[in-house]
Each structure stands twice: as C-alpha cells, then as structure tokens.
Design a protein around this ligand. Structure first.
Ligand code: PEP
Ligand code: MN
Length: 396
C-alpha cells in the first residue's frame, strides 16, 4: 500500500528523489546524518538571561540556539515577545558565544526584514532558522512569503488540530514558493488524550517523516510534554520523550532552556535550567548512540523486498487464483449446459451444428469483449475451444 502524501512534491521522498534533503547554513549541516540540539529561551526576556543561556550553550559545545522574539499567544493579555527590539541583544550574544544558528519564530513577513536588518547591523555574527509556529501552519500567505526569501532556512512546526499530511503541505508551500531549505518539527498534537502531558507526544511519526519526506526531522519535547515532572529512574518525562525522538532518528531537537525558569515570561515550567542542560545533553547522546548502533545493526540485515511490492505481488497471486477458480466453475456449468442441450435439440429435431447461430454468437461475444476491454483474438481462440468441446459433448 502506498502512503505517499498527495500534493507533497518537492519535499517528498520517493523513487525519483530518494536522498535526504540535507543543507548547510552558516557552517551547520542540517540532516544528512548530522545531529543538533537547538536549545534556548522560548521567549527572549532580558539581555542578561540570553547572555547566560548562550554562554551555557557554548560551554556545552552547542552551536544552535533558540530565542523567541515574537510570540503568538492564546490570550491578548499575555506577553507577546519583545519583537525586533531584542534582536541586537540576541545576535550580539550569539556572536560572542559561537552560536551559528538561532531558531526564531516569525508571525508576519515583515519580521523577516527586521531579522535581516538586525543581522546586517550587527555584522552577521550568526544566522537564523526561521520558525513557523504550530498556529501558523495554515497561514498560507505567511508560508508563501517565508518561502519567497532565500536568505534563511525554515523550520515548520506541525500544525495544531490538522493532520500530519496537512502539516506537511505547510512545508510544501514554503518549498513551492522557492525555498526548499526546510526542516519539519514534531511538537505533539493537541488533544485531551495527551493528558497528563501538555500534548499527545507524536514522536512515533519520526520514522514516518523520514520515509515520506526529504526534510531534516526535528522534535520539540518541551512543547510536547509541557511542564517538567520527574519520572522514576531519575529522569524527567522531557528526557524520556526526547530520547524517543532521538532513538528513532530525529536529526534535530528543539528544547526550552532558561537561566531562571521561575522568572520566564513564557513557558517557564517546561524549561531546563542551565545546570540541568549538560545532564540532558548527555542523556540525549546516549539515545543518539543507540540510534547509530541500531542503524549499524540494521545495515547487516538483508533488505527485504519493498513492502509495497511484496504485498501487492501476494495479493495479485491470490486474485489470479480466485478468478481462475471462477473461470473453471463457469466452464463446468457451460459443459453441463452443453450436455443438457443434446436432449433439447434431439426433442426438437434441431441439428447439432448451426453455422448461422454460431456466427451470430461470435459477433455478440466480440461486441461484449470490445465493451469490456477483452482482446478479440483471445476471445476467438478461447471460444473456438469451448464451442469445439461443446459440439463434441453433443456428438456433433
Ligand atoms: C515555540 O516553539 O516557541 C512555540 C510557540 O511552539 P509551537 O508553535 O509548537 O507551539
Ligand atoms: Mn513556548
């Protein structure tokens, strides 16, 4: 069975485009066997917090950060982000601490210009991975505008309350508009069935995305599970869920980190502290090593024939057998009718062979064959045998 996504053309992985759509931005390779953790503040608040967070990333060897300037919020009374005003602080701290890529959500096209201007003014110390938030996965005009620019790659987050296929078309919008440097990010799906976690964690879709699309696959465990809770084994739900994505082959993780989660203006309860970051990264590395090990082990197993082909081959064989059985049963009926005809013709003193009747019957069969798309020669040969056999049974 084919599960290709209708409408996913540029970003689909299929026989025509079997390779990974990896790309490099500002020296950071995304996809293509690489792995990065994008960590940082859900929303930029103070210069000091961004500085402390990026310094912690540098100490941990992380070169990909997140820093939200524009925050789409459910309530108009909630903090909406500092907007363009915080960009100089973010880019300066990024340059200082070797951050090569900052993931940052835009909610309107003008934000792309704000980012480009601030980066240029700061002397291009870093680059930006433009994020499309879950709430904008069907903001088609925004998707087109983000796709129409080539300067920044894009991270599209799975849409809220829409199917995975519909979310993938959000990414296709970006590619179709001209920018195929797109990553796709799972972040859980909104349903009460996810309780007690914030969303229903959807990281089982990592392998499906790898199979269906060429995009580097990201997972956001922070927005998927929500507030931090400790599970047995000394690990939080956040660690376990991040490990699920990584052990299945996610190319990127997006995670909230904050120097003072209690003071964060957005999503503080789900953020790791700076002290907790190294332990989290170590746990993620265990999962990544396990994924690599699983890949190596799988490479030594001979590849089975493509599942689709094997399934349809078997199904078609069974269908052949069923049709042939029906044909044989019909032939049995036909021969029984031929035997009965011996008596009917005898009673009426009708000749066994009636050439005019046989010609009419052949014309009628040919007409039906044409209508049903059965080749005329096949019909002629088949019925030559059937009629000949029938005559014999009638002693003709
Ligand atoms: C975010 O990453 O800060 C965010 C708002 O995520 P989402 O769009 O997935 O809710
Ligand atoms: Mn958030």
């Amino acid at each position: 069975m084919s599960d290709a996504i209708p409408g996913l053309r540029l970003l689909a992985r299929d026989a025509a485009n079997p390779d990974d759509g990896a790309f490099v931005e500002n020296g950071v390779r995304l996809g293509g066997g690489s792995f990065h953790v994008i960590a940082g503040l859900c929303a930029v608040d103070t210069r000091e917090n961004i500085e402390r967070a990026f310094a912690a990333l540098e100490r941990a060897g992380v070169v990909t950060a997140r820093a939200g300037a524009w925050k789409p919020r459910t309530s108009p009374y909630d903090f909406q982000g500092r907007g363009a005003a915080c960009l100089p602080e973010v880019f300066e701290a990024a340059g200082k601490h070797g951050i090569r890529l900052v993931a940052m959500e835009v909610t309107r096209a003008a934000h792309l210009d704000d980012i480009a201007r601030a980066l240029d003014l700061a002397g291009k110390p870093t680059s930006v991975l433009v994020q499309i938030g879950t709430r904008n996965a069907q903001n088609f005009e925004l998707l087109k505008e983000v796709g129409a620019q080539q300067r920044f790659p894009v991270l599209v987050k799975r849409g809220m309350g829409i199917t995975l296929a519909e979310s993938l078309l959000a990414a296709e919008y970006v590619a179709q508009a001209g920018n195929a440097r797109v990553c796709f990010c799972l972040r859980g799906v909104r349903t009460h069935l996810g309780e007690p976690q914030r969303n229903l964690v959807d990281f089982a879709h990592v392998p499906a995305l790898k199979r269906l699309t060429r995009m580097p696959v990201c997972a956001d465990p922070s927005h998927a599970v929500g507030p931090r809770v400790r599970s047995p084994a000394g690990l939080d739900d956040l660690h376990h869920v991040a490990a699920q994505a990584v052990i299945a082959g996610a190319d990127l993780l997006l995670v909230d980190v904050h120097p003072r989660p209690d003071q964060a203006l957005v999503d503080g309860p789900q953020a790791l502290t700076l002290d907790e970051l190294p332990r989290f990264l170590a746990d993620v590395n265990i999962a990544r090593a396990a994924y690599e090990e699983r890949r190596r082990a799988a490479a030594s197993i001979p590849a089975p024939p493509a599942a689709d082909a094997a399934v349809s081959f078997e199904a078609l064989r069974r269908r052949f057998e069923a049709i042939d059985s029906t044909l044989i049963a019909l032939l049995a009926e036909r021969m029984a009718a031929s035997r009965a005809m011996v008596h009917a013709k005898h009673a009426l003193a009708h000749p066994v062979v009636d050439p005019a009747r046989e010609r009419d019957a052949a014309v009628a069969r040919r007409a039906l064959g044409d209508k049903l798309g059965v080749d005329g020669e096949l019909l002629e040969r088949l019925f030559a045998e059937v009629v000949e056999w029938s005559r014999r049974l009638q002693g003709g």
